[in-house]
Structures are given as structure tokens and as C-alpha cells.
Ligand binder design. Structure first.
Ligand code: 0X9
Ligand code: CA
Ligand code: ZN
Ligand code: CA
Ligand code: CA
Length: 554
């Protein structure tokens, strides 16, 4: 198995190295958006230049203003607008619908990616009201398409010697940002994201390299534009974008995180997410004949986009490496003839429709049980901050052991567990002081109560149950005044305790258990979930934790 992955890895790295000769060369900086627009040569006229792309997406918007909204996400280094479109019904309104993101042209010479995004826009616009699958996607999703994240590089790629053996193409990959102290231009914006940036030998610190990561994360304006957009889609504490594809060329691959490590399920991925990534990737690949695999199986990258999308935002994020299959030469890999645009973009139609349909909740691809548990209005594995607020009313009295999201240290008294040492998913949970103090009783709850409260959760007319995993441990002279409680908070702030565990003389040993709470009485309302833990009465050892808080799909 490893030998197969090594083969493809070596082959692709070989292509990257070859490309240095073609594209690492010194070139004058500047140009800027005032320079004459570069165009494809006549034999590749079906490809869209930046100028043609802008004209095309604005024409689609003008023809379908009710469902297509074109906007600029920001500017490239040379000042070109980075154009995007939102496609949905009621397109000018931010409706509470799952969002799906697509982008292309991180890498300048990967022009087929732009064609794939333009094809997608056309299919959505043309299919509205005429194609049932497309119509329901437009009605029940909000689709974002970023057409060219690296417009400077893509345009520059067309400005070589038109009479040269490769026509005007330069095989340019990076952006067009000068590198201080060097005549080499450009950052690989797919090595410039800040998730495990530069961690693992999957990028270069050499300014001449085509995988140059930049002097620091997000040093490239284009990467910042993508970051700021994705960050802006955290609305009411929940990331609205659920699934994402970045189009690259080439190799006919569907790649999922992580790229920074060969490990399938490192500590920063949950096993549920890994299983969903595999199932969802295979579902896509079965529809277009690509090959699905973990991105590091191609080769290791650090600071790439999809690691950031998943690692920071838990978005189910994929790199598609489009047509052609691996050729092993920079020219063969990146410049398929324009006759290939129509068949190769259309080939992906059913995979893309499937992606937009199931992308509201990738765990659906694991079956209906997962759909019930993981696809309701709230699903927090506590692996990233989902904006729980500690002490929301300013009433907390605990002096130590306040709730925190953390990776807990196990504690015990006479080998009886009090704080459990691991989460029920991934690495993190909400716990009463994660770290171990100088004794088992340090960093437990002392002196009163600690509370923590979720973001607002809009419940449907027939809500499913609330479930969560919990533990509670006490010792010493524990009494019923020591407790773990959960409450539901109505929009007017009224709290109803729906779960309670109490201390007992002789102490309570911690063990993971599952709580299930009927939410019928809050049907159709927007609620919050709260937890409180109390060391009441005399000072006792009190520990608690919770993980995997979900409101199920009915
Ligand atoms: O190297 C890249 O950025 C991508 N391949 S490309 O040939 N289009 O340049 C791959 C990105 C996905 N991550 C990994 N394969 N680790
Ligand atoms: Ca909509
Ligand atoms: Zn690429
Ligand atoms: Ca967890
Ligand atoms: Ca603790």
C-alpha cells in the first residue's frame, strides 16, 4: 500500500521540480491591473482570461439577478478584484441554509480549475427552474464560488514569448508578490495558510522555490482574502460553510485532509470525521472516475488550504485535482488542449450535484443513524471553539476549576477516577480545569459554581433530542450540594434545569455516560444550552466534563 502512494508522490514531486526550470525565473514585478489584459492564444481560445471571466460571470448575473450575486472578495497583490458569486434563491438575503464553497486558481497555471467553476456557475444558473436537482440545491443551499483566487499569476502565465515552443505560457504557479531581498517573485498561496504552517517539510522557505510558503502565514493578500471570507461565514457562532472544494490540476484525484501528516487520524481529527471524509470522497469519486485519497498520500504539504479549512473551521474540505491523469511533465500536466474543457468539466456534473446535496452534512454519507445524530441544528464535538461563553450572567463564584475547553489530564484518588483523561471525540472537551495541579484535588472546582452557555440554537417545529456525553466525579466529604446540571435557556433568559447529578458521601467516581433530553417544549424556539458545576457546602473535590453536545435531527 505504501509503495503505491510513494510512487505517485515521487512522480508528482518530479513534476514540481521540473517546473522550477520553467517558472522560477526572474521576471519584472509590477504590471498591475492597468497593464493590457493578457489573453489566451487562439488555439486555446476556449479558455477564459481574467477579462473574459469577469465578462462571463457578470453576464450570468445580469441574466439571473434573482439567484446570482457577483461580488469582489478583495484584491490581489497587483490590485485585481478577486471575484466571487453567491448562488441561491433570495440571493441578497443571508438565509439560514447550509453553505457550500468552491474556488479555483490558487495556482496560476491550473487554468482548467477556472473553467470548472465557470461550468458550475452556468449549470446552476441554467438549471434553475428547469432541472429538479439544481433547483432544490438553489432553494436549500447557499453556494459560493470564487473564480480566481490568484488572478495576477493566472494573467502573468499568459505573458511569455508567444513564439516560444510553449506559446505564451510560463507555467507560472505562485502569486506575483515580490520577495524581499530576492529577485524571485511569488508565494505559493497553497502553502501560506496558518494551520501547521511550515511544520512538516511540506513547503519551502526558499524564495526561489515554486512551493515557497512566504515569510509568515497569510503573508499573501490572496490567502488573506480567502481567510477573511471564510472567517466571516461564522454567523451566530456557527460556521455556515459545511463543505468545500478547491479545484486544482492535475491527476484526477479527490484529496481530503490532512496533508501535513501521513497519519490517517491524528489528534486534530475525530474518527467520525475521518470516516465521513472517506465516505464522502468515495461518493464523489464514484461519480466522476477520480481516485479518492488522503492528500498526504499524494505528497506532504503544510500550510495548504484544506488543512486550514478543516483544522480551523471543521469544514469538509477537498482538493480536486482535475484532468488529465498524471503525465509527469509540467506541460502535459497543466495545459490540456481547450477541446478538453467541455468534456472534462461536464464529466464532473453528477459528482458536483452530489457534493452540493450531501455537503450540508458530510456525515450523512455514513448512513441514516449519523444523519440523525450529526445533522441536526447543533453538533459540537468541542474540537474547535464554538463560542461557549463562560459565566454568561456574571454570577459565577468558583475560585478554581472553571469550565474550559481543553485536553484533560486524568486524576484519581486511591485509583478511583475523578477527572477523566480523554474526550469522547478527538482531543478536547469542556472540563473543569483541564490541567493537573500539584495534587489530584488541585484545579478541581472550589468555592462555588462555574457556568458555561452555548450560542443560540434555532429549533425546528419538531426538534430532535438534545444529547451529550458527560462525567462527574467527587470525593472527600461530598454531599448533594455538589452537582453537575444542564439547563435549557429560553429566548427571554428563563432557565429550565433538564439534567442533574449530585455528590454523595464517600464520593462519586467519574465515568462517561450519555444524557438524552426531550426538547419538545422548546419546539420552534431559539434556545441556548447551559451547564453548571458546583462545589457546594464544605470544600470538596469536584470534577466534571462534557463532550459531543448535539441536537438531533428529528
Ligand atoms: O501541491 C499542491 O498544492 C496541490 N497539488 S498541485 O499539483 N495542484 O499543486 C495539492 C494540494 C493538496 N495537498 C496535498 N496533496 N498534501
Ligand atoms: Ca437561499
Ligand atoms: Zn494546484
Ligand atoms: Ca471532543
Ligand atoms: Ca480539573
Amino acid at each position: 500500500m505504501r509503495s503505491v502512494t510513494r510512487l505517485s508522490r515521487r512522480r508528482t514531486l518530479g513534476a514540481l521540480v521540473l517546473a522550477i526550470a520553467a517558472s522560477g525565473a526572474v521576471a519584472p514585478a509590477g504590471g498591475g491591473s492597468t497593464a493590457a489584459a493578457a489573453e489566451f492564444p487562439s488555439y486555446d481560445a476556449r479558455y477564459h482570461s481574467y477579462r473574459e471571466m469577469v465578462a462571463e460571470i457578470k453576464a450570468v448575473e445580469a441574466a439571473h439577478p434573482d439567484i446570482v450575486d457577483v461580488f469582489s472578495m478583495g484584491k490581489s497583490y497587483e490590485g485585481r478584484e478577486i471575484w466571487a458569486a453567491k448562488i441561491s434563491d433570495n440571493v441578497k438575503v443571508d438565509e439560514n441554509e447550509p453553505e457550500i464553497l468552491f474556488d479555483s486558481l490558487h495556482h496560476a497555471r491550473e487554468h482548467m480549475g477556472l473553467e470548472q467553476t465557470l461550468y458550475l456557475l452556468g449549470q446552476l444558473a441554467d438549471g434553475w427552474g428547469t432541472d429538479t436537482a439544481v433547483t432544490s440545491i438553489i432553494r436549500y443551499r447557499e453556494i459560493w464560488i470564487v473564480f480566481a483566487l490568484n488572478p495576477d499569476g493566472a494573467e502573468y502565465d499568459l505573458t511569455g514569448d508567444p513564439d516560444g515552443p510553449r506559446g505564451p505560457y510560463r507555467a507560472w504557479r505562485k502569486n506575483r508578490q515580490p520577495n524581499a531581498g530576492s529577485s524571485y517573485v511569488g508565494t505559493d498561496i497553497n502553502r501560506n495558510y496558518d494551520y501547521r504552517w511550515a511544520c512538516c517539510g511540506g513547503s519551502s522557505g526558499d524564495r526561489s522555490s515554486i512551493t515557497y510558503r512566504g515569510p509568515e502565514p497569510f503573508s499573501a493578500p490572496e490567502t488573506r482574502v480567502m481567510r477573511d471570507f471564510v472567517n466571516s461565514r461564522v454567523v451566530n457562532g456557527q460556521q455556515q460553510i459545511r463543505a468545500h472544494i478547491t479545484f486544482h490540476t492535475n491527476g484526477e484525484l479527490i484529496l481530503f485532509p490532512y496533508g501535513y501528516t501521513y497519519t490517517d487520524i491524528p489528534v486534530d481529527m475525530t474518527s467520525d470525521d475521518y470516516r465521513a471524509f472517506v465516505a464522502f470522497a468515495k461518493g464523489q469519486a464514484s461519480r466522476n472516475g477520480y481516485v479518492a485519497k488522503q492528500s498526504s498520500a499524494l505528497y506532504v504539504t503544510d500550510g495548504d488550504q484544506i488543512d486550514w479549512m478543516y483544522g480551523r473551521h471543521r469544514i469538509f474540505s477537498f482538493t480536486w485535482e482535475l484532468y488529465p491523469p498524471e503525465q509527469g511533465t509540467v506541460w502535459g500536466d497543466h495545459y490540456p488542449a481547450d477541446e478538453q474543457i467541455a468534456p472534462q468539466t461536464a464529466r464532473n456534473r453528477s459528482a458536483l450535484l452530489y457534493f452540493m446535496t450531501y455537503g450540508d452534512c458530510a456525515w450523512r454519507t455514513l448512513g441514516t443513524a449519523y444523519r440523525t445524530t450529526h445533522c441536526g441544528p447543533f453538533n459540537d464535538d468541542l474540537e474547535i471553539s464554538r463560542f461557549w461563553r463562560r459565566d454568561p450572567n456574571g454570577t459565577d463564584t468558583a475560585t478554581t476549576g472553571a469550565w474550559q475547553r481543553g485536553d484533560p489530564v486524568a486524576t484519581s484518588v486511591s485509583r478511583r477516577p475523578k477527572q477523566l483523561g480523554s474526550a469522547t471525540s478527538g482531543r478536547y472537551l469542556m472540563v473543569t480545569g483541564a490541567a493537573l495541579g500539584s495534587t489530584a484535588s488541585a484545579n478541581d472546582v472550589d468555592g462555588g459554581t462555574s457556568t458555561v452557555r452555548s450560542v443560540t440554537i434555532p429549533l425546528p417545529a419538531a426538534p430532535g433530542d438534545l444529547t451529550f456525553r458527560w462525567f462527574f466525579g467527587t470525593h472527600y466529604a461530598s454531599t448533594t450540594q455538589d452537582s453537575l446540571r444542564a439547563w435549557i435557556e429560553a429566548p427571554d433568559g428563563t432557565r429550565t434545569v433538564v439534567f442533574q447529578k449530585s455528590g454523595a458521601a464517600g464520593g462519586v467516581d467519574a465515568a462517561w455516560a450519555t444524557a438524552r433530553i426531550d426538547l419538545a417544549r422548546w419546539a420552534g424556539r431559539t434556545v441556548r444550552i447551559g451547564f453548571s458545576v458546583t462545589d457546594g457546602g464544605a470544600d470538596n473535590l469536584v470534577e466534571a466534563g462534557f463532550d459531543d453536545v448535539r441536537v438531533e435531527r428529528p
